[in-house]
Design a protein around this ligand. Structure first.
Ligand code: FAD
Length: 148
């Protein structure tokens, strides 16, 4: 089964910002079971998520996420076969909105505001890789991928 990566962005809808903790706990549970790794960025308005794993698992998870009414206006930024995982250490690494993270995001942004709809697939993966080194070492934000 081919390793596959999906990156999409979307916008919060029909839910408050606290929905992120429910989303994260379900994602971590499901993604660990399906051997999906990846990263989720949320600034209170926009989501940017990368999912990597087997093609079937990534496709199923992506389609389930697309049916979720807690977000809207999804745009697929990248879908590709990959040789290896970039985020194998995390089932769903959540990137906290810190000043360090904002500095990195500015390098990939057209203006001051974070707007993932302005990212190409290539910029999005470069951004995730740049953020990977800045994940705090805390259970609350990131959790190692468990063996399925
Ligand atoms: P269940 O155990 O049936 O439900 C999970 C929980 O989510 C329940 O508490 C349920 O009440 C709540 N819930 C589900 N849908 C809604 C809704 N529309 N409004 C309010 N609450 C709701 N899932 C993953 O498995 N992996 C991911 O990486 C992932 N990333 C996501 C990223 C974003 C931006 C969003 C919005 C959702 C994401 N989800 C992810 C959640 C996904 O959309 C499904 O809700 C989830 O996968 C359902 O899993 P389940 O069948 O095990 O859920």
């Amino acid at each position: 089964m081919y390793l596959t990566r999906v990156i999409y962005c979307s916008e919060l809808s029909g839910a408050n910002k606290d929905a992120i903790s429910d989303i994260l706990s379900v994602s971590r549970r499901n993604n660990a079971k399906a051997s999906i790794s990846g990263m989720l960025l949320f600034n209170g308005t926009f989501f940017l998520q990368c999912l990597e794993g087997s093609r079937n698992a990534v496709n199923e998870t992506y389609h389930r996420i697309m049916r979720d009414e807690r977000h809207c206006h999804p745009v697929l930024l990248a879908y590709e076969a990959i040789a290896q995982r970039d985020f194998g250490d995390w089932d769903t690494a959540y990137v906290p909105w810190t000043s360090d993270v904002r500095k990195i995001i500015r390098l990939f942004s057209i203006d001051e505001e974070f707007n993932p709809y302005q990212l190409s697939g290539e910029s999005a993966i470069s951004l995730f890789r740049a953020l990977r080194g800045h994940l705090p070492n805390s259970e609350h934000w990131s959790k190692p991928l468990q063996q399925a």
